[in-house]
Design a protein around this ligand. Structure first.
Ligand code: F6R
Length: 258
């Protein structure tokens, strides 16, 4: 895993946006996997800025979001459909028909999940998957004990995730208990992964993801198996890393690497 430590979340977002822009510049019809939550907000803001100021083009881009709460309609302010529309899609020139987000209101989840996986394959596969990490080490909503080979399906959220996400709702009771989420196996098939983390509350999960054993108890640790994963984290989220000095040394020396 390539580990890039930045001083704060703003710098993290700027570097992440450059990674996304590089993919889009090399392949204008790239397929992006996208995450929601507070972590990628700065990234989306920077992508919107690059679209407006620098002409970053989304006209041929296709996107697949990681997850959605079961039971929330598209226009619910806490739904991930709403989040993506408000924070990215309505500000850039991505065609509506190129946007895929798991449905939280389908009447046949099994069929929907199969369809979603097939659409990813039919679109040529995900070129760059953007990820955040949960306090319990989850990627997407693959909670502890999720199979590392899992595909898109319904997951029951962990108590910690419900408590963590209660900040977006009026109370923890209002957080949906189920989510529809890409699986760890689905995520690992992306050609490149970009995982972001900021803040002290992510330090333990980040250390487990990077330096812990590969385990279904921290599904982000499965990224160690991916040949092309970049983690961009801020100094607070890097707080528990034992080999931090080495990762920074690599970044410094990489400039002149043969
Ligand atoms: C959201 C998602 C989740 C979040 C994670 C961190 O689409 O897949 O895994 O990335 O829960 O959430 P924040 O960024 O709000 O701390």
């Amino acid at each position: 895993m390539e580990i890039i430590v930045k001083d704060n979340a703003e710098q993290m977002s700027r570097v992440a946006a450059r990674v996304v822009a590089k993919v889009l510049n090399a392949k204008p019809d790239a397929v992006l996997g996208l995450a929601t939550g507070s972590t990628p907000l700065g990234l989306y803001k920077e992508l919107v800025r690059m679209h407006k100021d620098e002409g970053l083009d989304f006209s041929q881009v296709t996107t697949f979001n990681l997850d959605e709460y079961v039971g929330l309609t598209k226009d619910h302010p806490q739904s991930y459909h709403y989040f993506m529309h408000e924070n990215l899609f309505k500000h850039v020139n991505i065609p509506t028909q190129n946007v895929y987000i798991p449905s939280g209101t389908t009447d046949n989840y099994e069929a929907f999940c199969r369809w979603y996986e097939q659409e990813i394959v039919d679109s040529g596969g995900i070129d760059l998957q953007v990820l955040g990490i949960g306090g319990d080490g989850h990627i997407a909503f693959n909670e502890p004990s999720s199979s590392l080979g899992s595909r898109t399906r319904i997951k029951t959220l962990a108590k910690q995730t419900i408590d963590d996400n209660a900040r977006f709702f009026d109370s923890a009771e209002q957080v949906p208990i189920y989510a529809i989420t890409m699986g760890v196996g689905t995520i690992l098939e992306a050609r490149q992964c970009l995982v972001l983390a900021n803040g002290r509350s992510k330090a333990a999960a980040v250390a487990a993801m990077i330096e812990g054993p590969v385990t279904s108890m921290i599904t982000a640790s499965a990224l160690q198996l991916h040949p092309r994963t970049m983690a961009i984290i801020d100094r607070d989220a890097a707080g528990n890393l034992k080999m931090l000095e080495y990762y920074e040394w690599i970044q410094e020396k990489m400039v002149n690497a043969p």
